[in-house]
Design a protein around this ligand. Structure first.
Ligand code: S3P
Length: 192
């Protein structure tokens, strides 16, 4: 379930940044993790949409992926302000070298990992993701896993979200952070 390669990085109050492929549950897990730790939660994709005043699909369509990545980099840099919080990032954020360096230097990155075939079944329910539109999600996610997993693996904390319910994934993260597993259960979330 859990790998923590260096056995060291216990949380010191820096922002906790969730990275990993589309559909792995970064937003849902992040929201629940934040509630358990009594921290603010922020979704980088939603912040980008708010800053641009349009949906991610529209940003991709009107301005292209490169423009989106630039906005994503700037928004994440703004969100990583040294205060304790949980940040869910879009699946491509940690692949951008500048964004990744910032996260690795100034936050604590947690890779939520799952088999791309399982993710494909989850993402089929929504067609808001521009990289999946009109394409087979299984093929896209398998290809993305191949190119992106080596980058995600640079995160100091790895947690599998494979078949586990979100609450088990949250517990695994809390354990990896070196925090006690007490606290009230987190209410259900509607998103992702
Ligand atoms: C993307 C993932 C999306 C969103 C955009 C691009 C990616 O976020 O940022 O569609 O490159 O993997 P989620 O991972 O939250 O779906």
């Amino acid at each position: 379930m859990l790998q923590n390669k260096h056995h060291a990085p216990v949380w010191h109050g820096q922002p906790i940044v969730l990275v990993g492929l589309m559909g792995v549950g970064k937003s849902t897990v992040g929201r629940r993790l934040a509630a358990r730790l009594d921290l603010p939660f922020v979704d980088a994709d939603s912040e980008i949409e708010a800053a641009a005043g349009m949906s991610i699909a529209d940003i991709f369509e009107r301005f292209g992926e490169e423009y989106f990545r630039d906005g994503e980099r700037r928004v994440i840099a703004r969100l990583i302000d040294g205060t304790p919080k949980v940040i869910a990032t879009g699946g491509g954020a940690f692949i951008n070298e500048e964004t990744r360096t910032l996260i690795l230097d100034q936050a604590l990155a947690v890779w939520l990992n799952a088999n791309p075939r399982i993710l494909a079944d989850r993402v089929r329910r929504r067609d808001t993701r521009p990289l999946l539109r009109g394409r087979d999600p299984g093929e896209v996610l398998t290809a993305l896993a191949q190119t992106r997993n080596p980058f995600y693996a640079l995160a100091p904390i790895h947690v599998s979200s494979q078949q586990a319910p979100h609450e088990a994934t949250v517990a695994a993260i809390i354990k990896a952070l070196g925090l006690p597993l007490n606290g009230e259960p987190v209410p259900n979330s509607e998103n992702e």
